[in-house]
Design a protein around this ligand. Structure first.
Ligand SMILES: [Zn+2]
Length: 114
């Protein structure tokens, strides 16, 4: 019997860290920002300067006093749309396999986004 193939499939999204995205729904609609972090487990992403929430923070050191800090809260990835760095339009991507790597291709201009 052959050993069962390990299913360690890493989930991939159309959005990655450092991508420029636009919010397409909700109060923050049409705001753009750079992806600071993708939280794969929750299918969410944190976008710089978008969906800001105030948090009360306790003093941890002299350099970081207590107070209210503004931090971006995660947004669901489905509410974000990628902005193509080549044609700077909101776009969808298609995946192509080039030299065994998954490459995202802009559907509008056909350029690779990697
Ligand atoms: Zn494009």
């Amino acid at each position: 019997m052959r050993p069962a193939k390990k299913m360690s499939r890493k989930q991939t999204f159309h959005i990655k860290k450092n991508d420029l995205v636009e919010v397409i729904t909700g109060e923050e609609r049409e705001r753009r920002g750079r992806v600071l972090e993708v939280i794969a487990a929750k299918t969410m992403a944190i976008v710089e300067g978008v969906n800001l929430v105030k948090k009360h923070q306790r003093a941890r050191s002299q350099a970081k006093p207590s107070g209210i800090v503004t931090v971006p809260a995660p947004l669901h990835i489905s509410n974000l749309m990628l902005i193509c760095p080549r044609c700077s339009k909101k776009t969808k991507v298609r995946m192509e396999k080039i030299e065994n790597k998954r490459v995202r291709i802009c559907r509008k201009c056909g350029e690779s986004l990697e």
